[in-house]
Design a binder for this molecule. Structure first.
Ligand code: HEM
Length: 397
């Protein structure tokens, strides 16, 4: 399969591929958590509205709002693993996306539809929110989005089948009109946690609004979330087992896979234990859930690594064209982004928790000034660097 290596970027990668791989696993874990919150909150908002009653309608309104915010976060955080996968697995990712090109384009449309409809549901009407129809369309569009990205992610793992998918006997089909493979247990393994992760989110909701909303409502939300997380995680364990049994034995017995399975099982045990105390245990549960998702993401990457190694591809042998300058700029931008974004997050956190209509936050003033100044400094640094490099390379004058 030498052609796979020849399809790599001839310039190579600017930094050690393992660093991109680790960042890809990390950012995928964050992406999938937001994806789960979007899907889970949309589904529960629909359910709450159908079920009716004070608490359910109130929760449905809250979750309708959550789904709009979580969609933007899922989209923004989706860009990161997209960039990393394109850098270290480019021959596979681009081929898979080409084979299903229409679907890759439809992906953008379905996200836009889902986003728009989730706003129509959240903002429409008075008091109760918009028509349920919009929420249902939004959920359907989310499912289509998930199936498309899943198809592309799975197709890339089977280069030995690519030619069969485009060979139509009399002609080569380059229309990109089909998704050729769906791995149902794998797809369910990433979609079903939507309800479990949203359950954990509801525990956090209870913890966050304790003292602001009535105790009975906050406790009701948190224990509803804890139950949901427990039951769905049990189901998730079964789906995970189903997926595992469809994969090759060397993946099943790999220490990382075993660690991920043990992590998932202990999480279920922990959820069982904290059922009577969901508000106080919300933070440790959320941390535990994140660690388990991270382990699952690492196991998912291990599966890709093993499958592609078996066809002779190793990302570690990618040509290295070390570019320290751009790598330093990348990490500095990343750290700066965290510092900048932490300011609006802190403000939103304090404002959301407070009962006051107008809130002064003098303790955050300095932080705010830094958060405004940093992007300006960054802009100047990047512009000066760009100009200096262009002049040095003779591309400007
Ligand atoms: C909000 C709607 C979205 C949903 C429901 C969704 C769902 C999913 C699911 C279920 C997977 C796992 C597929 C699998 O491995 O079988 C996935 C992976 C992925 N998603 Fe999303 N996604 C959404 C938005 C996005 C956006 C907007 C981007 C890019 C800007 C994106 C980028 C990715 C990438 C790159 C992967 C695969 C990463 C890898 O192969 O390591 N997603 N997504």
């Amino acid at each position: 399969m030498g052609f796979l290596n020849n399809m790599r970027d001839v310039f190579g990668v600017p930094f050690y591929p393992v660093v991109f791989q680790v960042l890809m696993v990390l950012t995928f874990a964050i992406h999938i958590i937001f994806v789960n919150i979007v899907m889970g909150s949309t589904a529960l908002a629909i359910w709450g509205r159908i079920k009716g009653g004070d608490y359910y309608i109130r929760l449905s309104r809250g979750l309708a709002r959550t789904s709009t915010i979580a969609t933007s976060l899922a989209i923004v955080v989706g860009v990161a693993p997209l960039l990393f996968v394109q850098v270290i697995y480019d021959p596979f990712w681009y081929t898979s996306a080409q084979i299903s090109a229409w679907w890759a384009l439809l992906f953008l449309v379905s996200i836009a539809v889902s986003f728009t409809c989730s706003y129509l549901f959240y903002l429409g009407g008075k008091g109760r929110g918009g028509s349920l129809f919009w929420a249902l369309v939004s959920l359907a569009a989310l499912l289509i989005t998930a199936v498309i990205i899943h198809g592309i992610s799975v197709q890339m793992l089977s280069p030995e089948k690519w030619h069969k998918w485009i060979d139509r006997g009399t002609h080569v089909d380059l229309s990109g009109g089909m998704i050729h493979t769906i791995d149902l247990p794998r797809l369910l393994h990433f979609i079903l946690p939507a309800l479990a992760i949203t359950g954990v989110y509801l525990m956090l909701y209870g913890w966050y609004y304790r003292g602001k909303y009535s105790d009975s409502y906050v406790n009701w939300v948190a224990s509803f979330g804890a139950k949901l997380a427990l039951y769905v995680s049990c189901l998730q364990g079964l789906v995970g087992l189903w997926w595992l049994l469809t994969e090759k034995p060397h993946f099943m017995v790999h220490p990382l896979t075993i660690l991920a399975v043990l992590g998932g099982a202990s999480f279920v045990g922990y959820l069982f234990k904290i059922q009577n105390d969901p508000v106080d245990k919300a933070i440790p549960t959320a941390i535990f859930a994140f660690v388990v998702v991270l382990l699952m993401s690492a196991a998912r990457e291990l599966l890709r690594y093993l499958k592609l190694s078996s066809v002779g591809y190793s990302l570690y042998s990618y040509k290295l064209s070390l570019s320290l300058g751009s790598t330093v700029l990348f990490f500095a931008t990343f750290i700066m982004g965290l510092l900048v974004i932490s300011y609006p997050i802190m403000v939103a956190y304090k404002v959301g928790k407070s009962k006051e209509k107008l809130l002064e936050l003098p303790e955050l003033n300095l932080w705010g000034k830094i958060a405004v100044a940093l992007p300006m400094i960054w802009f100047v640094v990047v512009a000066v660097l760009g100009l200096a490099i262009s002049i040095k390379n003779g591309t400007l004058f």
